[in-house]
Design a protein around this ligand. Structure first.
Ligand code: IPD
Ligand code: CA
Ligand code: CA
Ligand code: CA
Length: 263
């Protein structure tokens, strides 16, 4: 298969999906809850996932699709080509703010990320990368990240980290909040990966993410020299949920060694 053609195809689908999402803001959304009252989904999350799936099934027969809203395939392995799609990452922002959400897409082959895309729909900013060929923000190359220190770092994590939880000891987190320059929480894992990749924040961590939240972003982040693993420091599997951290190498290692103590 011609990879550049696949890249152009994926980008065109993403842009078209973005236009549909922007247009949807001119009429009323249908909003429902999923696992709990704050786990929201709209008709657009579902329509956009179906839009991708219809096209991919027709034009790339044999490719599998893993999508958040469940219209894709139930996968037990990552053999062959797998499209990992979050049609709207940051649904709560989409509903409440009409901004700060993204389309997140990773195209993997035999478990390896080949293409990564994060589309900041309202800013018309497409972050993209092909493994081994660097990362781009629209048509501009994204520079490789330089190293930094904890005391100069801005860390992306969400408020659930301050609540005692079953994953991580609070003592290390309290020290971390004191030692870093700042903490940010944007409400879209994909955008936070895009921000780590462009140096706007220096790390992003989560206690639970799904493959579609991070698949595209990890391809982009790795192209600029960031390291992404679970919170045990193990490679990501992209099948099922896991903890997650992405940061520049020195920061990644220092965060795991000195601040993150798993229970
Ligand atoms: C969520 C966002 C959020 C993260 C959640 C994700 P969704 O994705 O990325 O920032 O904290 O864990 O589930 O549901 O808006 O696609
Ligand atoms: Ca969701
Ligand atoms: Ca998501
Ligand atoms: Ca989503």
């Amino acid at each position: 298969m011609e990879l550049q053609q696949l890249d152009r195809y994926a980008k065109a689908l993403i842009k078209e999906a973005g236009r549909k999402i922007r247009h949807s803001l001119t009429y009323e959304l249908v909003i429902e809850s999923k696992a709990d009252a704050n786990d929201l989904v709209t008709n657009m999350d579902k329509e956009i996932e179906q839009f991708f799936i219809e096209h991919i099934r027709k034009d790339y027969v044999g490719h599998a699709i893993l999508g958040e809203e469940g219209f894709g395939d139930d996968l037990l392995s990552l053999n062959g080509y797998v499209w990992m799609l979050d049609p709207i990452d940051g649904t709560m922002n989409f509903i409440h703010q009409q901004r700060n959400f993204a389309i997140s897409l990773g195209i993997f082959k035999d478990g390896i990320g080949v293409f990564g895309y994060i589309y900041d729909v309202m800013n018309d900013e497409l972050y993209s990368a092909q493994k081994g060929h660097g990362a781009y923000l629209n048509d501009e190359p994204i520079p490789v990240l330089e190293s930094t220190t904890i005391s100069k770092a801005i860390i992306g994590m969400n408020a659930s980290w301050v609540v005692p939880n079953r994953h991580i000891e609070n003592e290390g987190l309290i020290r971390l909040v004191k030692d870093v320059r700042g903490i940010r929480s944007y409400g879209s894992a994909a955008l936070e990966l895009a921000y780590v990749s462009t140096g706007r924040i220096d790390a992003y961590m989560s206690m639970r993410l799904s493959p579609w939240d991070v698949a595209g972003g990890v391809v982009i982040a790795e192209e600029v020299g960031a390291v992404a693993t679970n919170l045990k420091g193990q490679p990501l599997k992209f099948l099922g949920q896991d903890t997650f951290i992405v940061a520049r190498k020195s920061l990644h290692d220092s965060l795991l060694a000195n601040y993150i103590t798993l229970k």
